[in-house]
Design a protein around this ligand. Structure first.
Ligand code: SF4
Ligand code: FES
Length: 254
């Protein structure tokens, strides 16, 4: 701790046994939390206290704890990934809060992300969208062309790279009043649509991924831009416009 007084916090946390049971907010008091600890470390401290008291710890999703995997998906005071721009929940620090604060912590709310337990939701719908077309087929028979042999204009390479930084966290869905997955799907489509390597399967990719997103129960995009604001990787809604153009092109070619 950096000499600062620890934070005394009231935590209102969503507890739910399983997908079928009815959940509710439970209140916990946590005192002397270091402002230097991360948000997930704060939850670790709470869980240690709960375990010591013989109570069941709060389940929450996490893996890398450095903004890479997209697992740590929480609403904090109603905001996906909490306060702070372009960060994931695991990159949020307790210095963003004040002594005496009440913090509401909830799982993503979307029909296509059913709650598994407490703060953990099932985001496998995103995996199924990826499986529907988020890949390229490469001949690895030994005659594979060196990728560097295909020149790509820097502008396109940069845009494709930006789209490829999507970590599949689902904050875009959580931020959207329609629970639309358009920002995620468009990022996964754009990273290939901008590159020559992505052209071979381009038509089927966009048709199948958009169809799968609808099948999973994600809503339509109504262009509010809330997704872009909450995206920890700054994925632009320009990708949604590109996805729509790709979709139109593929539908006409059918
Ligand atoms: S587009 Fe942004 S908010 Fe949506 S899944 Fe990708 S990284 Fe997360
Ligand atoms: S735990 Fe991996 S992005 Fe937060």
């Amino acid at each position: 701790m950096s000499g600062a007084k620890g934070l005394d916090l009231t935590l209102k946390i969503w507890r739910q046994k399983n997908a079928q049971s009815k959940g509710k907010l439970e209140t916990y008091q946590l005192n002397s939390v270091s402002p230097d600890s991360s948000f997930l470390e704060m939850l670790d401290i709470l869980n240690n206290e709960l375990i010591e008291k013989g109570e069941s710890p709060v389940e929450f999703d996490h893996d890398c704890r450095e903004g890479i995997c997209g697992a740590c998906s929480l609403y904090i005071n109603g905001e996906p990934h909490g306060p702070g721009k372009r960060i994931t929940t695991c990159q949020l620090h307790m210095r963003s809060f004040n002594d005496g604060d009440t913090i509401y912590i909830e799982p993503w709310r979307a029909r296509a992300f059913p709650i598994i337990k407490d703060l953990v939701v099932d985001r496998s719908a995103f995996d199924r969208i990826q499986h529907a077309g988020g890949y390229i087929s490469v001949n690895t028979s030994g005659n594979t062309q060196d990728a560097n042999a295909i020149p790509i204009e820097k502008e396109y390479a940069d845009e494709a790279f930006d789209a490829a930084t999507c970590i599949g966290c689902g904050a875009c869905v959580a931020a959207c009043k329609n629970a639309s997955a358009s920002l995620f799907v468009s990022a996964k489509i754009s990273q290939y649509a901008l590159l020559p390597q992505g052209q071979v399967e381009a038509k089927n990719r966009v048709l199948n991924m958009v169809k799968q997103a609808e099948k999973e129960g994600f809503g339509p995009c109504s262009n509010t831009g809330a997704c872009e604001v909450e995206c920890p990787k700054g994925i632009s809604i320009e990708n949604i416009a590109r996805m729509n153009r790709e979709f139109l092109k593929a539908s006409i070619a059918e």
